[in-house]
Write a protein that binds this ligand. Structure first.
Ligand code: CIR
Length: 259
């Protein structure tokens, strides 16, 4: 059974990091309701929710994706590129230690989970403002023994690689080519976001269904046309904090236990 590690929205979410967005007020109660509906969508698709309590002093801590990468063989505790987010890792590491052996990205390496996109044995990692070459090199060393190949990818104009591209089927990427060059992903089919919806690439593939933000209806139509099953969630308050659907969970198989 898959698990989804999530963390409740911090009451300080309005003070989080912003890189490409201007600050607008976030309705905390609405953000919590949207997060709860997101968790329900994960549960409806078969995930056991492993929920962490809110962290009042860590504004961005709902975006758990950025602090760990969990694979069948190992969990890698990342080192977020924003200093304000580095204290998010210990509580996530403590939970994941029940399920996997842990590896760590160490200083001066930085790596945000939002920059990591797995497709089979390829692990694409965005060279972004948050993830540096040292962190990417450390990840490559950790993953080689498990038969996984890290492929650094150029990305610009957005926060993370997965702001620009995400998987919507085993071999299809939803992608904004203004921010990432599709030629970097060999052997994958590409579905372009609607040009009027630049933030529409972030999608969470769970089994054969894509959890997808309600804010990108024209791109959603493109998914429908391709025959991709979509479960829409409203994450408008979390989008004001520069988050979307991949960043609010870490999905992993629980059947694989630490050896
Ligand atoms: C940040 O800038 O770190 C947060 N405000 C948003 C992080 C979103 N993370 C993600 O999409 N993986």
């Amino acid at each position: 059974m898959p698990a989804a590690l999530t963390r409740a929205v911090s009451p300080a979410i309005g003070c989080g990091e912003l890189t490409h967005l201007s600050r607008v007020e976030i309705d905390y109660a609405r953000a919590c309701a949207q997060h709860a509906a997101y968790e329900r969508a994960l549960a409806d698709l078969g995930c056991e929710i492993v929920g962490l309590p809110a962290e009042p002093d860590l504004p961005d801590s709902v975006f758990v994706e950025d602090v760990a990468l969990v694979l069948d063989d190992i969990a890698v505790i990342l080192r977020p590129g924003a200093a304000s987010r580095q204290a998010e890792t210990p509580s996530v590491a403590k939970v994941l230690a029940d399920y996997r052996e842990l590896a760590l990205i160490g200083a001066p390496g930085t790596l945000d989970g939002g920059d990591i996109l797995r497709a089979g044995t390829s692990v694409y990692v965005g060279c972004s403002e948050r993830s540096n070459h040292i962190g990417i090199g450390q990840l490559a060393s950790v993953l080689v023994p498990f038969g996984l190949r890290v492929i650094p990818v150029s990305v610009s104009g957005c926060l993370h690689l997965k702001s620009a591209v995400a998987r919507v089927s085993p071999d299809t990427l939803l992608l904004n080519r203004q921010w990432v060059d599709p030629a970097q992903f060999r052997g994958m089919r590409v579905l372009d976001v609607d040009p009027g919806e630049p933030h529409a690439a972030n999608a969470l593939l769970l089994g054969e269904t894509v959890i997808y933000p309600a804010s990108h209806p024209r791109t959603r139509e493109r998914l429908d046309t391709r025959g991709i099953a979509v479960q829409t969630v409203d994450v408008s308050e979390l989008e004001k904090a520069e988050g979307a659907v991949t960043c609010c969970s870490i999905i992993f198989e629980t059947a694989v236990r630490a050896r």
